[in-house]
Design a protein around this ligand. Structure first.
Ligand code: GAL
Length: 337
């Protein structure tokens, strides 16, 4: 079942919310602004609903770092100055974090308005992103489809088709908080199929070196509660997790991440080689969420993507999309409640 509502207006553009409800009473709400995942409301025993993801209002979504639930592209993560090389030529792209291009730069997917095509169980957002739009080479036709299945899964399908060689490394920046009450994610348990993570420069651009997770706070191969792990990381500048995990080779049926709290659980599937885990470490009063007070560790983002290590080591998997080609990427989240 599909419902369409006026959500508000940003910079003169009307924003529409699309809500899909499945036969179990689960409701998925997405917005055409930023192709944003706005809510995942699951039924509760008392007959009401609980939202499992952090969300905000249009003022919050319009902030430069308002990546909550947004579609991210053309390139999730960080491209350091001079790092992008396409067809053997260095390519400059606009910076939005010092000299770094974060999450597609100042005019990435998260800032754009999409055309929507909604049906009973899915919404497809499309648009053409030109070099004039975001400063990346190539005219890129993008689609982002959110599907809510009868088996309580949200499936996000991203496609990109380009006329000139570019990069296509999309993800979704949804933050989870599975607590029934207003609390942080420190009481959540995380399992991550990652034996290593990437070393970072102080600017958070990858150095190319890989660090083994065994016997470090970064080892989540067995389910571990986040609170104690985050406490071990309080003395580093991040004061928590903000890391690029290298995902182990795995079968498509094997999850890359499992997050749980009580009986609520989200299981993420992806064929990509990396997941950035970010535990909203320095969040404070400057942010406003609809169901949770903003504070450190109020949410956890698990961003499946192609590792930016390919920018440093040409021998690794690349996010390049060659002229005249297209690519499909999928992230699937199964949840119980
Ligand atoms: C993450 C990134 C963080 C922060 C966040 C958005 O992907 O690793 O450093 O920028 O996005 O606020």
């Amino acid at each position: 079942m599909l419902t369409t509502d006026k959500f508000g207006e940003v910079a003169g553009h009307a924003v529409t919310a699309y809500t899909i409800e499945n036969r179990n009473g689960v409701q998925l709400t997405v917005l055409d602004y930023g192709a944003t995942w706005h809510a995942l409301n699951v039924p509760t025993p008392d007959g009401s609903h609980q939202n499992l993801i952090l969300n905000t209002d249009l003022a919050g979504y319009a902030k430069p770092d308002g990546y909550f639930g947004k579609a991210i592209g053309r390139f999730a993560g960080r491209i350091g100055a001079g790092q992008l090389v396409l067809d053997g030529q260095p390519v400059a792209v606009p910076a939005n974090e010092g000299t770094t291009t974060l999450h597609g730069g100042p005019h990435g997917f998260s800032t754009l308005f999409f055309k929507a095509d909604a049906a009973a169980d899915h919404v497809t957002f499309t648009r053409t992103v030109t070099p004039e739009t975001d400063g990346f080479p190539g005219t890129l036709d993008v689609s982002v489809t959110y599907t809510l299945t009868a088996a309580d899964e949200v499936v996000i399908d991203f496609t990109g088709a380009t006329d000139q060689t570019t990069v296509f490394n999309p993800t979704n920046h949804v933050y989870w908080n599975l607590n029934a009450a207003d609390d942080t994610i420190e009481n959540h348990t995380l399992r991550l199929a990652a034996a290593s993570h990437y070393e970072l420069e102080p600017s958070k651009v990858l150095t190319g070196a890989v660090v083994a997770n065994a016997d470090t706070p970064y080892d989540f191969r067995e389910p571990r509660q986040l609170g104690p792990a985050l406490r071990e990381l309080q003395t580093i500048p991040e004061a928590g997790l903000d890391d690029v995990f290298a995902i182990d080779d795995h079968a498509a049926t094997e999850p890359v991440a499992v997050l749980s709290q009580g009986q609520r659980q989200v299981t993420m599937y992806s064929a990509r080689n990396a997941v950035v885990v970010f535990t909203s470490n320095h969040f404070g009063d400057e942010l406003h969420f609809l169901h949770h007070q903003s504070r450190p560790h109020v949410g956890i983002a698990m961003e499946a993507q192609t590792s930016a290590a390919g920018l440093v080591d040409p021998g690794l998997t690349q996010a390049t999309l060659a002229a005249g080609t297209s690519r499909h990427e999928q992230i699937r989240y199964a949840f119980t409640y």
